[in-house]
Design a protein around this ligand. Structure first.
Ligand code: GTR
Length: 372
């Protein structure tokens, strides 16, 4: 393995060397060889292999209500339905589109992992976790789906959700079969299938946002589906944005013990063996390139480890440079509440707890607006 020399004791694998030891010096080589190699490593060792992409049974049912948000929004409630050998399922997408648009709207899509109270279709409960009114006031459409529609967030031996619907019952589960995060990411891709059919939305300008376990999911969805124009990973920590090598707080051993259903079986082997991983999370971030990527941390979120989240972006930067894009251009953690970004990469460390707030969203909106 080739290591990034300046990564010191963390001994990070160099994203710009192939498994054969060839140096990647051109975008073409990254796209044809190294990028697919890294996606494959993550399928094999972390998130698992999804058994299908778009199901042939996929179809959409849309209900439209004008005059929402005091006239500022049109609401669409979309059911994204699918069927497999184990039954049928659906994702309920809630979508608000600015009424006074002159062209298809750019959109923020949130993978909601915090329950239905954050996505009230009537807007009687307005949550800072998904401040749809603020998003619309800045000229974007806002969409959200609940991750549990796709797959429940519990270890049910993969009997329910899309696992129950699509996994083969005759063969046993293979050690690289998809886990629940891969299932949620698959759900985000199916939402994108719908968005491509909606002429009110600019499907080429969709920013995918996720918090924590949703932030891990957003990165994996962005890796396997390049239709997402931008990815924002908020407080995503272990197996999200944060480097595994040298990480403080949650480790690979702990995350697999508490949430065995999130990842595949192979990943469990890396408990206390972070230094044997043929990749690290800077390479997951690099899979977003050349699309803009934004990472956040919070000062009190030590379980996620802010510094390991920040450094991941720093070490992903050479891949963006390969595309001629600027990264953050700094190597040391910025001060709290000092957001910084280029057109391609962004970061902020918010004062406070593990959460996603209106402050975070305002930075995402600025970032998306400047990288359009
Ligand atoms: C924690 C988990 C983290 C993070 C978080 C969340 O319990 O250890 O990896 O994902 O949950 O999703 O809020």
């Amino acid at each position: 393995m080739h290591f990034v020399p300046e990564s010191g004791e963390r001994k990070l694998p160099d994203p710009l060397y192939t498994l054969d030891g060839d140096r990647v010096a051109a975008v073409e080589q990254w796209r044809q060889k190294r990028r697919p190699e890294i996606v494959e490593l993550y399928r094999t060792f972390v998130f698992g292999r999804e058994p299908l992409q778009r199901p042939s049974t996929l179809h959409f049912h849309v209900e439209t209500t004008p005059g929402m948000m005091n006239g500022a929004a049109v609401r669409k409630q979309v059911e994204i339905r699918y069927e497999g050998s184990g039954g049928e399922g659906s994702i309920k997408l809630l979508l608000f589109i600015p009424t006074n648009r002159t062209k298809p709207s750019p959109l923020f899509l949130l993978i909601n992992n915090r329950g239905l109270e954050h996505m009230d279709p009537e807007r009687e409960n307005v949550s800072p976790f998904w401040p749809a009114e603020t998003i619309l006031s800045q000229g974007f459409a806002a969409a959200v789906f609940n991750n549990a529609d796709v797959d429940p967030d519990e270890h049910d031996d993969f009997q329910n959700g899309v696992h129950g619907i699509f996994d083969s019952k005759s063969e046993g589960r293979s050690p690289d079969a998809w886990g629940t995060i891969a299932a949620w990411a698959w759900g985000a891709c199916r939402v994108m299938d719908y968005l491509e059919t909606d002429s009110d939305i600019d499907s080429a300008d969709v920013t995918l946002v996720g918090h924590s376990r949703g932030g891990k999911t957003a990165l994996w969805a962005g890796a396997i589906d390049e239709r997402f124009a931008r990815v924002i990973s908020n407080n995503s920590g272990c197996t999200g944005a944060a480097l595994a090598r040298g990480k403080k707080g949650e480790t690979i051993g702990q995350i697999n013990e508490k949430f065995p259903h999130w990842f595949n079986e192979n990943y469990k082997w890396f408990k206390d063996r972070e230094y044997e991983l043929p990749f690290d999370q800077h390479m997951l971030l690099a899979l977003m390139a050349p699309r803009p990527v934004y990472v956040t941390s919070a000062t009190e979120d030590l379980w996620a480890d802010p510094e390991s989240e920040f450094l991941s972006l720093v070490y992903a930067e050479p891949v963006y440079k390969l595309y001629g894009l600027e990264g953050l251009g700094i190597k040391r953690m910025p001060l709290p509440d000092s957001p910084m970004h280029s057109r391609a990469m962004g970061y902020h460390l918010r004062t406070g707890k593990h959460d996603m707030t209106e402050y975070d969203w305002l930075q995402f909106i600025t970032f998306a607006s400047t990288s359009q």
